[in-house]
Design a protein around this ligand. Structure first.
Ligand code: AHR
Length: 370
C-alpha cells in the first residue's frame, strides 16, 4: 500500500518536473564564499566504508534513505559524504543506509538494488558515470521509491525526481575564460595545454573537459594531450609523470580536473624539475577549491581554482521534505560555485556573456572552506 502511494506521488512529480526542467535557472556563481564546513582530509587509501541498513521494520518512525555514494577518491568526496551523513542523521529523523561504491559502476547499481530490497523510502544516487541508468531507475520507479540525484548527472534517463549539483560545463568554460584573460594580462600569446581529466564518462569530467575545450578551440590554443587521472592524487601523479616525459619543455598550462589530481601533478612536476604557479614555467589550473587546494593557491602553486560545491545535502533534504509534504520539487537545482585566485591573478572575464567575479584567497577564506 505504502509503495503504491509513493508510486503515485512520484509519477505526479515526474510529470510536473519535466515541465520544470526547461525552466531551470542559468548557472551564476555566487559572490559570497560557500557555506562553511569542517575540513576533512582525503583518505585515498582508506577502505570503502559501508554501513548495513537497518531492516525497514526497525526504522522506528525514521525516514529511510539509501545513499549510493561514488567512493572516497578525493577531498571533495570526503566533504560530500560528511555533509550527507550530517544532514541525514538519526537526530534529524533519518535512517541512512550509506554505501561507498569505491568508483565501481556495477557496485553502485547493486547498492541501489539493495536499497529497493530493503524498502527504503528514498534513494539518493551520486552517479559514477552519466549513462546506463534507465533499467535500475525503472526498477526504483516500479518499487515506488523516489530517486534524488546529487552532484553528477544522469544523462540517459529522467526517471528521478530532482538533480541537485554544480554546472560542470560552466566550470570548464570559466577556467578557460579566466586563462584567456590572465594570459592576455601576462603577455602570454601561446597556450600549450595538458589536461588531466576526471573519471571518464562522469558528468564532472565531461562538463569540465568540454567547457575548456570549447574555449580552447575558439581561441586556437593547442591542447597537447588529455588523459584521465580518475580524480585521484595517485592518478594525477602518474599521468603528469608521463606528460613530463612526453612533452618536456613543450607545455605552459596544466589543467587538473580536481584538486587531488593537482596535488599528484605537482609531485610529478617537482620530480621533473618543472616549476608551476604565478611567474613560473606552468600555469596550474584546478577544480574543487577544497581547503587544501586553496592553501596551494595561497602558497602560489595553483594559479586559479574553480569550485565545485560539495555541500548539496541540505538542498537534497529540502527536496525530500517537499516530497514528504506532497509538494513538487524542481527537476534541476544548481548549487552555487565560486572561483578563486590570489589578488594578482584575479582578472575580469565572462562566461557566455555573464560577467564573473573571483574571490581572493586569504587565510579567512581558507578557514571558511570545507
Ligand atoms: O563529482 C564531483 C567530482 O568528483 C569532484 O570534482 C571530484 O573531486 C570528485 O571526485
Amino acid at each position: 500500500m505504502r509503495k503504491k502511494v509513493l508510486a503515485a506521488i512520484m509519477a505526479a512529480a515526474m510529470v510536473a518536473l519535466t515541465a520544470c526542467a526547461a525552466a531551470a535557472p542559468a548557472p551564476a556563481p555566487a559572490a559570497e564564499p560557500a557555506a562553511t564546513e569542517e575540513a576533512a582530509p582525503a583518505e585515498e587509501e582508506a577502505a570503502p566504508a559501508e554501513e548495513e541498513a537497518a531492516p525497514a521494520e526497525d526504522a522506528g518512525g525514521l525516514i529511510k534513505v539509501g545513499f549510493a555514494q561514488v567512493g572516497h577518491e578525493s577531498d571533495w568526496r570526503t566533504a560530500s559524504t560528511k555533509s550527507c551523513q550530517d544532514v541525514f542523521s538519526t537526530e534529524n529523523g533519518y535512517d541512512l543506509s550509506f554505501v561507498d561504491c569505491d568508483n565501481d559502476e556495477a557496485a553502485q547499481k547493486e547498492a541501489v538494488r539493495s536499497f529497493i530490497e530493503q524498502g527504503v523510502d528514498y534513494i539518493i544516487i551520486d552517479p559514477i558515470i552519466a549513462t546506463g541508468w534507465d533499467t535500475v531507475l525503472t526498477e526504483c520507479e516500479d518499487a515506488g521509491i523516489p530517486v534524488i540525484v546529487i552532484d553528477r548527472t544522469i544523462d540517459d534517463s529522467d526517471k528521478y525526481v530532482s538533480w541537485v549539483g554544480s554546472d560542470f560545463l560552466t566550470e570548464g568554460k570559466a577556467a578557460a575564460e579566466w586563462l584567456k584573460a590572465y594570459a592576455a594580462a601576462q603577455g602570454i600569446t601561446e597556450i600549450n595545454a595538458l589536461i588531466i581529466q576526471g573519471t571518464i564518462g562522469s558528468s564532472a569530467q565531461i562538463g569540465r573537459t568540454d567547457g575548456f575545450q570549447e574555449v580552447a578551440d575558439r581561441e586556437g590554443w593547442t591542447v597537447l594531450d588529455k588523459q584521465t587521472g580518475d580524480f585521484t592524487e595517485a592518478g594525477g601523479q602518474e599521468v603528469m609523470e608521463s606528460f613530463c616525459k612526453s612533452y618536456a619543455g613543450k607545455f605552459n598550462v596544466v589543467v587538473c580536473e580536481n584538486d587531488n589530481e593537482a596535488f599528484g601533478a605537482m609531485t610529478a612536476m617537482d620530480n621533473a624539475g618543472v616549476t608551476y604557479g604565478p611567474g613560473n614555467d606552468v600555469i596550474l589550473i584546478s577544480y574543487d577549491a577544497c581547503t587544501a587546494g586553496l592553501e596551494d593557491v595561497k602558497a602560489g602553486k595553483i594559479t586559479a581554482d574553480f569550485e565545485c560545491n560539495p555541500l548539496a545535502a541540505p538542498t537534497v533534504e529540502g527536496v525530500l521534505q517537499t516530497l514528504q509534504s506532497g509538494g513538487t520539487p524542481e527537476k534541476q537545482i544548481l548549487v552555487p560555485d565560486n572561483w578563486y585566485a590570489l589578488k594578482d591573478q584575479i582578472v575580469d572575464f565572462s562566461v557566455d556573456g555573464n560577467a564573473q567575479s573571483m574571490i581572493e584567497v586569504t587565510d579567512d577564506v581558507i578557514a571558511a572552506q570545507y
